[in-house]
Design a protein around this ligand. Structure first.
Ligand code: DGL
Length: 261
């Protein structure tokens, strides 16, 4: 039975898995969290390409034929490379929603929140030049959000302060569209919304990625599975992965494993 694989540096891609599971409830999903090497955001692209290739091989061994790169940083560094290296696999990648933000803004000011790797990458630069030339783009790297989500710390007063410290200056600068360009950040969306308080729109691309995955699955003729299993792997510590997984998804899963690849 062929499956859909998803991977991220850690638990962030679970925001994409959640959307894919909603869109394709009758498919087997395999999720890989590369927590041993998290965060990816500060690693050189060459290293991210090597890590992504290793994970893809693992997902292929688990029978995945469609792979969602549920990480903006890995998509920016490795998507083209993965397509070339594994021509039989259909890859779906992520990128910050610059285009929708640029076309929806009324103030002419948008914000893109992402890791340094994504913001410094060629893909982001090209998208900004193509779609947001006339617009003020505030590209911001929130320093500790990935680590907070990795710990499952998505609701403490300290996390709220960290969110406010990033978001408030953007609102003060007149930003009215905020694109979440890292898959960890949607787990902080309730806190971001609290600060935004209706003054800006928050753009999370995971639903669009899930719809694209459904189109690819249909084109590839992937068959659905009666059991519709969800299996999770981490390259780091199992107990903490399991705890954070349960917290972020709101359900506890039994098919959770550690693999050292
Ligand atoms: N979740 C990843 C992304 O979408 C990045 C987190 C990291 O720095 O590892 O970019």
């Amino acid at each position: 039975m062929t499956k859909i694989g998803l991977f991220d540096s850690g638990v962030g891609g679970l925001s994409v898995l959640r959307a894919v599971a909603r869109e394709l409830p009758a498919y087997d999903l395999v999720y890989f969290a590369d927590q041993k090497y998290c965060p990816y955001g500060l690693r050189p692209p060459r290293e991210i390409r090597a890590l992504s290739a290793r994970i893809t091989k693992f997902l292929i061994e688990q029978n995945c034929r469609v792979v969602v790169v549920a990480c903006n940083t890995a998509s920016a560094a490795a998507l083209y490379f993965l397509r070339e290296t594994f021509p039989d696999i259909a890859f779906i990648g992520m990128e910050p929603a610059v285009k929708p933000a640029a076309s929806a803004t009324r103030s002419g000011k948008i914000a893109v929140l992402a890791t340094r790797g994504t913001l410094e990458g060629e893909l982001f630069g090209n998208t900004r030049d193509e779609f947001a030339r006339e617009i003020k783009v505030n590209a911001v790297y929130p320093p500790d959000w990935v680590e907070r989500v990795e710990r499952g710390d998505i609701d403490s007063p300290e996390t709220f302060s960290s969110v406010r410290a990033v978001i408030q200056p953007l609102l003060d600068a007149g930003v009215d569209e905020i694109a979440l360009g890292c898959t960890h950040y949607p787990f902080l969306a309730p806190l971001i919304e609290k600060v935004v308080d209706g003054r800006a729109t928050i753009l999370d691309p995971s639903d669009a990625v899930a719809k694209q995955t459904a189109r690819v699955v249909a084109t590839r003729g992937l068959s659905s599975s009666r059991s519709a299993t969800q299996t999770f792997y981490t390259s780091s510590e199992l107990a903490s992965f399991q705890r954070v997984l349960t917290k972020l998804l709101g359900v506890s899963h039994t098919n959770v494993y550690q693999t050292l690849l």
